[in-house]
Design a protein around this ligand. Structure first.
Ligand code: 2PG
Ligand code: MG
Length: 444
């Protein structure tokens, strides 16, 4: 361990801007010999109630109250003081120190944005000192592999002005042999989608928060029809080479016990939502549904798993909030079959890896995910490879805060950095229901 003896001399932070022009935290860690590394943290729009808290200043005179100068001050003050002198390889100890120092269950005292920025900067610094790629350092003994990208093509909900309620319709190019091929497929589908929408007079003036299209549509299901058409127009067979993933983000259209599909003039009970998804699974090649129901509708999720769980992967985002205790409950109650992994929902790298590792042990799938507000930091790509999750969700193939991650994956794949055997997961991992892929596997 080349860097084992190297201790932290200083940590400092500043306020930078994310892809929506909102402030976020960048932290830099510096060792005794002057070696330094930095990291920036992302920020969600469709945030769940159970996420670790992002500290915002609330001063309406700056960035509509969204400044993060208090989080920055927490890094520069108490966090820097508490971590000074800790050897850089003792990163878990550093994460624990920060959690203890914060002292709240949701990191609302120091801010998850402050804590995570430091946690990631320390990991990057440690990799630098060891002279290994970040993903290799993070992997430890985990089965690192190239993740299959799930690429946003159409957006709705809070990411696209609510044209339709469901938030994401994504292409899953599982029939491709490499990450590079999967991205080429996704880029083709994104372009063909633009042409199809233009032809129908539905082309939006710009792209949505994650770089996909946010058109006005007649219904949520119409998004699935467009997805199939765009996949075929790009030269791929829907369901055999490229399938569809949905992130409904249902928490955000759930009011008073009902799911409000306002664009369709419908208000659905949870059973009707499950029936709707069931019909869609019959008609369209959908391999996974994220947040099909709201974040605290545990009974609904268990029903959804019983009815849909052997036909597609049910991924908990707002439901699980990258929280160990919520994941335990989902395992116990069979309330999901995969977990969405977002570092800033947990607030430290150590807790993020605990969730990924527990999911693997329980036979749950895992998808490592970016946020709708992102930065040029490519950390997530290394995390996805290191975790062995097999899947990554970064948004679309436009906007450089997305491409920073994809391009980092391409670099890791092209140069086989670090020499580990990397493999592309063929299809979404399934939960405890034992379904093995059905017609969605490219079995040529
Ligand atoms: C999600 C994410 C990313 P946000 O819901 O999965 O698409 O969105 O960061 O706004 O929570
Ligand atoms: Mg989501």
């Amino acid at each position: 361990m080349a860097g084992a003896g190297m201790r932290i001399r200083a940590i400092r932070a500043l306020q930078v801007l994310d892809s929506r022009g909102s402030p976020t935290v960048e932290a830099e860690a510096i060792l005794e010999d002057g070696t330094r590394a930095a990291a920036q943290v992302p920020s969600g729009a469709s945030t769940g109630r159970h996420e670790a808290v992002e500290l915002r200043d609330g001063d309406a005179r700056a960035y509509d109250g969204r400044g993060v100068l208090s989080a920055v001050a927490n890094v520069n003050g108490p966090i820097a003081r508490a971590l000074r002198g800790i050897p850089v390889h003792e990163r878990e100890r550093a994460d624990r120190r920060m959690v203890e120092l914060d002292g709240t269950p949701d990191k609302s005292s120091l801010g998850a944005n402050a804590i995570l920025a430091v946690s990631c900067a320390l990991a990057r610094l440690h990799a630098k000192v060891e002279g290994v790629p970040l993903w290799r350092l993070l992997a430890g003994g985990r089965p690192a592999k190239m993740p299959l990208p799930m690429v946003n093509i159409l957006s709705g909900g809070l990411h696209a002005g609510g044209q339709v309620e469901l938030q994401d319709f994504l292409a899953v190019p599982h029939g491709c042999a490499s990450c590079a091929d999967a991205l080429r497929a996704a880029a083709g589908i994104h372009r063909r989608m633009q042409e199809l929408l233009e032809r129908d007079g539905r082309a939006p003036a710009g792209v949505a928060d994650e770089g996909g299209w946010g058109p006005r549509l007649d219904s949520n299901e119409q998004a699935l029809e467009y997805m199939e058409r765009a996949i075929a127009a790009a030269g791929y067979e829907p369901g055999r080479q490229v399938s569809i993933a949905i992130d409904a983000a249902a928490t955000h259209f759930f009011r008073n016990g009902r799911y409000e599909l306002a664009s369709e003039g419908r208000s659905l009970a949870r059973e009707e939502m499950i029936e709707m998804y069931s019909r869609w699974l019959t008609r369209h090649p959908v391999v996974s549904i994220e947040d099909p129901l709201a974040e605290d509708d545990w009974d609904g999720w268990a029903k959804a798993c019983a009815v849909l769980g052997n036909r597609c992967t049910l991924i908990g985002d707002d439901l699980l909030a990258t929280s160990q205790s919520r994941l335990e409950r989902a395992i116990r109650e069979r309330a999901a079959t995969a977990v969405l992994v977002k570092m800033n929902q947990a607030g430290t790298l150590a807790e993020t890896f605990q969730v990924v590792d527990r999911a693997r042990a329980a036979g749950f799938g895992a998808v490592v995910s970016a946020r709708s507000g992102e930065t040029e930091d490519s950390f997530l790509a290394d995390l996805a490879v290191a975790s062995g999750a097999g899947h990554i969700k970064v948004g679309s193939v436009t906007r450089s805060e997305r491409l920073a991650k994809y391009n980092r994956l391409l670099r890791i794949e092209a140069f086989q950095e670090g020499g580990a055997p990397l493999s592309l997961a063929p299809v979404l991992p399934l939960g405890h229901h034992g379904w093995q892929g059905g017609s969605c596997v490219n079995d040529d």
